[in-house]
Design a protein around this ligand. Structure first.
Ligand code: PEP
Ligand code: MG
Length: 571
C-alpha cells in the first residue's frame, strides 16, 4: 500500500519546477554535461556495433548521434531554461509532447520511426540528468506504486525495490519479462488493467495485491486495515520459511530434488544462495546487453559471467545465450518492425544470424566455464537441424580457442530450451543430440496456445493449468527420463505451489524459479510424497478443462499445505 506515481510513456511525469536566477547557468551546464555523456555513449556504440555486427546495424546510432548534434534540440532546451526558467528535463518532456501532438496521429511508419529515435535520444539525456543529483523534491524518498501504461523490461531493471512498493500497468501479462523482473525484485505487480491511466493520479493511495491480482484505488479504512493485517502475516510467514534455507529439498519419503534459481546478474545469484537455491538453473544473459550502454565485448562478457558464477550457490550456473526480441530489444539487433514479434526473427534465430557477435558470446561463456560448474543453453529451439548447426558452431568456437591457446571449459554440457511445441513433439530425436533439456513453460504455453504472453486480452489462454500443456509436459518429462537426460522446468509455473504436485508426479526432479519462490517450494517439497504426487498427476491427466485442473489443484494445495496457500497466486 502506497501513494501512486504515474509514469507517462516511460518518461518520468513530473511537473516542471521553477529555477531561481542563480541556478539558471548551472542548469544549462547540467544539460550540456548530460548531452556530452550521451555523445560519448553513442560514439562508443557506433564503434563497437560496426566492429562486431556491421555498418548497417550501427546506422541507428549514427542517426541518434546526428539528432543530438542538431542545434534545434539544445537551443530549444536552453531557451526554455534561461527564458522560462524551467528545468532541462521538463523542457525535454515538452519537446516530446509537442512532437507527439504534431505527428502522433499520423500513421506514417517513417515519421513514427523518427519519433521513436527522438524519444530514444531524449530518454538517454534524461537518464544522464537523473544520474546527476536530482533536486530533493523530485526524488521520491518514500516508496511509491508505479502506475503506467506499460513497463519495459529495460525500465524494470532500474527499479530500486526500496522505492518501488508496487507496479500496476494497463498492458502486460503475468509471464511477461517486466513482470518476471518485478517478481525477482520482490515487488508486487498487477497488469492488464485497462483504463487505469485515466483513473489514477499521482498521490492517490493504492493497495496492490499481487497474489490475487487485485488493485484498490483509494481503499476505505476497512480494506486498508485488512490488507495491513494480511501484509504482516505474509511477511511473518515468508520470514519463517527463509529459516529453512539450509535444509535440503528432500520429500517426506526421501526423494531429492534440485531447486535452482533464475537470475539476471550477480546480485540475483547471491540472493539465490540466501534463498536456499542449490544453483542457478537459468541465467538470462540478455539483461547484460539491455543495460550496457553499447555492446559488451568478449572481456566484458567474460567478467560478467564470471561474476555470476562466483556469486552463484555451488558455482553452478546454466548460462543461456542471448534471447532477445519479443518484448526485449536492443537497438542494434531485432529493431525491425514485425507483425508478430514473438514468432519472428528473435532469440536464437536472431543472435545466430550474426556469426561474429554470436561467437563472441560463445567464447566468453566457454572461457567463463573454467570458474565453476557451467552448462550452455540455447533458447527457442524449433528443429533438430538448428541443434545440429549450433553444435557445429560450438565445436568451431572451441577449436578456435584451442588454437589460440586460450583456456576454456572443455567439457561443458550443452542443452536446449524446450519452448516451441514442434521441438516438444520431436523430443526423442533432439535428446540424441543434447546433454540436457530445460522447459521454458512461459514460451511453451504461449506457442502451444497461440496466445501472446504479454497481451492481457488473451491472458486467460496463457495458463499453466491447460490440459494440453499437462499432456505435453508429461510426454516430454517421460522421454527425458527414459533417455537418462536431466530435465529442468524454468518457466514461472516452477514457483507455483499448485503446479508442483503434477510436475513432481510426472517425474520432474529439477525446478528453476525466481529466488523469491525457492523457500515456499522447498516447504512444499518437504511435505510431499511421491505417491501423493503421482496420484495427483494421474488425475490431472484425465481432465479436459483449465477450470477443472485449476480447481482440483487449488483444493489439493489447501488440503495438503494450508499454510502455503497464503503465498500462492490464485489466477
Ligand atoms: C520461458 O520461456 O519459460 C523462459 C524461462 O524463458 P523467458 O521467460 O526468459 O522467455
Ligand atoms: Mg522463453
Amino acid at each position: 500500500m502506497a501513494r501512486a506515481f504515474c509514469l507517462d510513456h516511460g518518461l518520468l511525469q513530473q511537473d516542471a519546477f521553477p529555477l531561481d536566477a542563480a541556478s539558471l547557468s548551472g542548469e544549462v551546464s547540467r544539460f550540456d554535461r548530460a548531452c556530452a555523456a550521451v555523445a560519448r555513449e553513442l560514439d562508443d556504440s557506433i564503434e563497437r556495433v560496426s566492429r562486431q555486427l556491421g555498418e548497417e546495424e550501427a546506422a541507428i546510432f549514427r542517426a541518434h548521434r546526428q539528432l543530438l548534434r542538431d542545434p534545434t534540440l539544445s537551443t530549444r532546451v536552453k531557451t526554455a531554461i534561461l527564458e522560462r526558467k524551467i528545468d532541462a528535463a521538463a523542457a525535454l518532456r515538452e519537446i516530446v509532447q509537442d512532437y507527439d501532438k504534431l505527428f502522433g496521429q499520423i500513421a506514417d511508419p517513417y515519421l513514427q520511426e523518427r519519433m521513436a529515435d527522438l524519444r530514444d535520444v531524449i530518454g538517454r539525456i534524461l537518464t544522464q540528468l537523473n544520474r546527476e543529483q536530482l533536486p530533493a523534491h523530485l526524488n521520491p524518498n518514500e516508496p511509491v506504486i508505479l502506475v503506467a501504461e506499460e513497463i519495459l523490461p529495460s525500465q524494470a531493471l532500474t527499479f530500486d525495490r526500496h522505492l518501488v512498493a508496487g507496479i500496476v500497468t494497463e498492458t502486460g501479462g503475468a509471464t511477461g519479462h517486466a513482470a518476471i523482473l518485478a517478481r525477482a525484485l520482490g515487488i508486487p505487480a498487477v497488469s492488464g488493467l485497462r483504463g487505469l491511466m485515466r483513473e489514477v493520479h499521482t498521490g492517490d493511495l493504492i493497495a496492490v495485491d499481487g497474489r490475487e491480482g487485485h488493485v484498490y484505488l483509494n481503499p476505505g479504512p476497512e480494506v486498508e486495515a485488512a490488507y495491513r493485517k494480511l501484509q504482516r502475516e505474509y511477511t511473518d510467514f515468508a520470514g519463517k520459511l527463509i529459516e529453512n534455507r539450509d535444509l535440503p529439498p528432500i520429500t517426506a519419503d526421501g526423494i531429492r530434488l534440485e531447486l535452482l534459481a533464475n537470475v539476471n546478474g550477480p546480485a540475483d545469484a547471491a540472493t539465490a544462495g540466501s534463498a536456499g537455491a542449490t544453483g542457478v538453473g537459468l541465467y538470462r544473459t540478455e539483461y547484460l546487453f539491455l543495460t550496457h550502454p553499447s555492446v559488451p565485448d568478449e572481456e566484458e562478457q567474460l567478467a560478467a559471467y564470471r561474476a555470476v558464477i562466483e556469486a552463484a550457490p555451488n558455482q553452478q550456473v546454466t548460462i543461456r545465450t542471448l534471447d532477445l526480441g519479443g518484448d526485449k530489444h536492443v537497438p542494434y539487433l531485432g529493431h525491425r518492425n514485425e507483425a508478430n514479434p514473438f514468432m519472428g526473427f528473435r532469440s536464437i534465430r536472431l543472435s545466430s544470424a550474426y556469426p561474429e557477435f554470436f561467437q563472441t558470446q560463445l567464447r566468453a561463456i566457454l572461457r567463463a566455464g573454467r570458474y565453476g560448474n557451467v552448462s550452455l543453453l540455447f533458447p527457442m529451439i524449433s528443429t533438430l537441424e538448428e541443434v545440429q548447426r549450433l553444435k557445429k558452431i560450438v565445436d568451431r568456437t572451441r577449436l578456435a580457442l584451442q588454437r589460440a591457446g586460450t583456456p576454456f571449459a572443455e567439457e561443458m554440457p550443452l542443452g536446449i530450451m524446450l519452448e516451441v511445441p514442434a521441438a516438444a513433439l520431436c523430443i526423442e530425436a533432439i535428446l540424441e543430440e543434447v546433454d540436457f533439456i530445460s522447459i521454458g513453460s512461459n514460451d511453451l504455453i504461449q506457442y502451444l496456445m497461440a496466445a501472446d504472453r504479454d497481451n492481457p486480452h488473451v491472458a486467460h489462454l496463457c495458463e499453466p493449468f491447460s490440459p494440453a500443456l499437462m499432456q505435453l509436459l508429461n510426454r516430454v518429462i517421460r522421454a527425458c527420463n527414459e533417455h537418462g537426460k536431466p530435465v529442468t522446468l524454468c518457466g514461472e509455473m516452477a514457483g507455483w505451489p499448485r503446479c508442483f504436485l503434477p510436475l513432481f508426479g510426472m517425474g520432474l526432479r529439477r525446478l528453476s524459479m525466481s529466488p523469491a519462490f525457492v523457500p515456499s517450494i522447498k516447504e512444499v517439497v518437504r511435505h510431499t510424497t511421491l505417491e501423493m504426487a503421482q496420484a495427483v498427476a494421474q488425475r490431472v491427466l484425465t481432465m479436459h478443462t483449465v477450470g477443472e485442473i485449476r480447481g482440483y489443484l487449488t483444493r489439493k494445495v489447501r488440503e495438503a499445505w494450508p499454510h502455503v496457500s497464503l503465498l500462492d497466486m490464485s489466477h
